[in-house]
Design a protein around this ligand. Sequence first.
Ligand code: CP
Length: 320
Amino acid sequence: MKHLLGTRDLSREDAIRILDTTAQMSATQEREIRKLPTLRGRTVVNLFFEDSTRTRISFEAAAKRLSADVINFSAKGSSLSKGESLKDTALTLQAMGADAVVIRHWASGAAQRLADSGWMHGAVLNAGDGTHEHPTQALLDAFTARRHLVSDSEGKGLDGLTVAIVGDILHSRVAGSNVALLKTLGANVVVVAPPTLLPFGMAQREDISVYYTLDDALEAHDLDAIMMLRVQRERMTGGGSGFFPSPEEYTRLFGLDRARMDRMPDHAIIMHPGPMNRGLEISAEAADSPRSVIVEQVSNGVAVRMAALYLLLSGEEAPQ
Ligand code: CP
């Protein structure tokens, strides 16, 4: 693997290798001294053209815990606001000796463009591109689900588990990456959304079960995990708020609340990639319940990004 651009082209073997390496990285973070010397002398650039809290901070923490030098570069306050192109930005980063570039961009395909361009030689890690892919989010979600739901999980996928992804699938790069990775790891994927918030062709897929209310999905399946998605109002251009009649109607049909949570099997977990719209797609009671692993997802984000940087920049066995 030279880059990490998406999960659609990630083999099962590579995905499990990243999850197993994440487990090793996570174990190192339980120690008193959490810093490893592994990437000393390497430079990681965080290139963020879109806002981020979790992904940006956890990539920075991950690179620093591996002893890499980190350069944080956000579009706001840079020469991008003077019209500098992605190409000239990449050439500048290459001239500064970047070994890896973590890129978040509003355009779907931006990470692939950077990787294919030849403008720079380092590894490219996609930290979210438009509505397309967010591979490290899907990997940290899979790692969190595996840790809770699969015993003796080393070397294993998510075979036979049933995972529901609920909400604004159309605008969600998290959903795109999760559907692909969950299938690769052997899970049954259930998708729940208003018809207006489903990507073209998804309802016709035979390898996914699609529902138009959360109650119907809960009736039909014993869900092992439920991933609630943020309603991405900032991407609802053109149709405005016309994707659903009202926030109240959305919550009534797709919101996760106490009553719906109680219909899940005892072992089932609740996930959300964040940031959450509390009271819209998820109630505070569900988000803060003992079933919720939402905060743990954030912690696991550091370990999965350590694993990704390590595997792309080192190529050795993970440190014990
Ligand atoms: N889940 C996620 O990508 O969050 P941020 O936008 O805060 O990075």
